[in-house]
Design a protein around this ligand. Structure first.
Ligand code: APR
Ligand code: PHB
Length: 390
């Protein structure tokens, strides 16, 4: 089998890349380790920057997003017993974010790929990458016990943090930057109306809490928990009681609790692999970087990576210029590191760390107080949260 670009992974990065390349007339195939339902069962943040919405519009996959997505002009920061609204739309001259679950983005992209008759090989086992340091890279995989080989011009590793692509790179060719945070997020999904119109990020002495949503009838809540905590320690009523302890009175009075339809604990990490290009292999999305979810940047970095990569590949094929692919890693990492910084900063001012003593608690409070009372600080937070330009 032969194609122009072999994409490893059918998450948001791989699927959006596939649609963009198809729109540019570039043949591609996606190899996915799991089946469709497994990929769709993943619960992930759903805060879309305008750039992400624009890319989905470009590939004709934004109709349901515009019908069902919730456009948010701001967020609220809660600390010291009070809530403070950050008017991001006003601070950025009109930019907003759209709340639309990543699962729905993935579903819409899968449906679009199916409608276009484009190939995704699900349950592709033992994917292996070969000769990507040559002009004739190859990918092998096993499907139903049969080994297949794909000859291609390029390989895009969109296979996430635990994928095979980054692991296929010689250790001496890649540099890793990492920070593992000393806490996790215990998250719950419930068929209950959100406690507030917009997201509430809470700094509390008991730990961080976040009130988010998927729709007007489905809510997503998180509380900071210890790394050694376990979901079995958290029956629903214990979760709701802890969340209430970390919210202000008005939010507690409005909170509608209900049975969890999903509950999980996620670790928090900052991670960047440099560079993001190795000959004819390009890493994109979580395969190359991870951010703590505090800044809601994971999905949006995956989409900006594939924007840079797809335009570079279009330039290669249509103008026989390698300038874009040669500049991909630098360009993508410039935006990645700014989002890493923002996500690390949001995490540092909102969470309780093991060494958060009285002094550092006061510093956090002062930082938050400055943030909500300074136009410059509000603008800086807002322009990062809605998404820096591509
Ligand atoms: N072979 C084939 N597919 C693989 C392999 C492999 N060896 N390893 C992983 N995959 C698949 C996974 O099953 C998954 O469907 O690659 C896909 C990677 O998708 P994501 O992990 O969602 O990563 P990405 O597409 O970069 O999207 C980043 O997803 O995890 C969230 O928070 C993250 O919002 C961010 C977004
Ligand atoms: C979510 O809705 O899951 C969510 C929203 C914002 C974040 C993180 C997660 O910063």
């Amino acid at each position: 089998m032969r194609t122009q670009v072999a994409i490893i992974g059918a998450g948001p990065a791989g699927l959006l890349l596939g649609q963009l390349l198809h729109a540019y007339g570039i043949e591609n195939i996606i190899l996915e380790r799991k089946d469709r339902d497994y990929v769709l069962a993943r619960i992930r943040a759903g805060v879309l920057e305008q750039g992400t919405v624009g890319l989905l519009e470009e590939v004709g996959v934004a109709a349901r997003l515009h019908r069902e997505g919730l456009v948010h002009d701001g967020i609220e920061l809660a600390f010291g017993g009070a809530r403070h609204r950050i008017d991001m739309k006003q601070a950025t001259g009109g930019k907003t974010v759209t709340i639309y679950g990543q699962t729905e983005v993935t579903r819409d992209l899968m449906d679009a790929r199916d409608r276009a008759g484009l190939k995704i090989v699900y349950d592709a086992d033992n994917v292996s990458l070969h000769d990507f340091d040559s002009y004739k890279p190859r990918v092998r995989y096993v499907k139903d016990g049969v080994t297949h080989e794909i000859a291609c011009d390029f390989i895009s590793g969109c296979d996430g943090f635990h994928g095979v692509s980054r692991e296929s790179i010689k250790a001496e060719a890649i540099k890793i930057f990492e920070r593992v945070y000393p806490f996790g997020w215990l998250g719950i999904l419930s068929e209950t109306p959100p406690v507030s119109e917009e997201l509430i990020y809470a700094n509390h002495e008991r730990g961080f809490a976040l009130c988010s949503m998927r729709s007007h009838t489905r809510s997503r809540y998180y509380v900071q928990c210890t790394l050694d905590d376990h979901i079995d320690n958290w029956p629903d009523n214990k979760f709701w009681d802890e969340l209430k302890r970390r919210l202000d009175r008005e939010a507690v009075d409005r909170l509608v609790t209900g049975p969890s339809i999903e509950k999980s604990i996620a670790p928090l990490r900052s991670f960047v692999a440099e560079p993001m290009r190795f000959g004819r292999l390009f890493l994109a999305g979580d395969a190359a970087h991870i951010v703590p979810p505090t800044g809601a940047k994971g999905l949006n970095l995956a989409t900006s990576d594939v924007h840079y990569l797809s335009t570079a590949l279009r330039e290669f094929y249509s103008e026989t210029s390698s300038a874009g692919i040669d500049d991909y890693s630098r360009r993508a990492l410039t935006r990645v590191w700014k989002a890493e910084r923002f996500s690390w900063w949001m995490t540092s001012i909102l969470h309780r760390f093991p060494d958060t003593d009285a002094f550092s608690a006061r510093i956090q409070n002062a930082e938050l107080d400055y943030l909500v009372s300074s136009k410059a600080a509000t603008t800086a937070l807002s322009e990062n949260y809605v998404g820096l330009p591509y």
